[in-house]
Design a binder for this molecule. Structure first.
Ligand SMILES: [Fe+2]
Length: 84
């Protein structure tokens, strides 16, 4: 039986995949001139992103900006988070 954490990971993956799929559909609709349908797909994608972000937050994976910055390089991290 999956744990709550595993269920959240699965749900996050599903919502993220749905969001990206709807963004791709929006891009295609826009390319074909269906601007209203593209807008509808973008709205659905936004809803899916909100769902995904909720799951991410529930897993405690949204921290401070410094903590969220990948450990690529300390100098880049310092520059990116500098407030000057
Ligand atoms: Fe959703």
């Amino acid at each position: 039986m999956p744990t709550t954490q595993e269920n959240l990971e699965t749900a996050f993956a599903g919502e993220s995949k749905a969001a990206m799929t709807y963004l791709a559909y929006a891009k295609q609709a826009e390319k074909e001139g269906y601007t209203k349908i593209a807008a509808m797909f973008r709205a659905i994608a936004e809803a899916e992103m909100i769902h995904a972000q909720g799951h991410l937050s529930s897993m405690g994976k949204v921290k401070s900006t410094v903590e969220n910055t990948p450990p690529c390089s300390n100098r880049r991290k310092k520059r990116a988070t500098s407030r000057a």
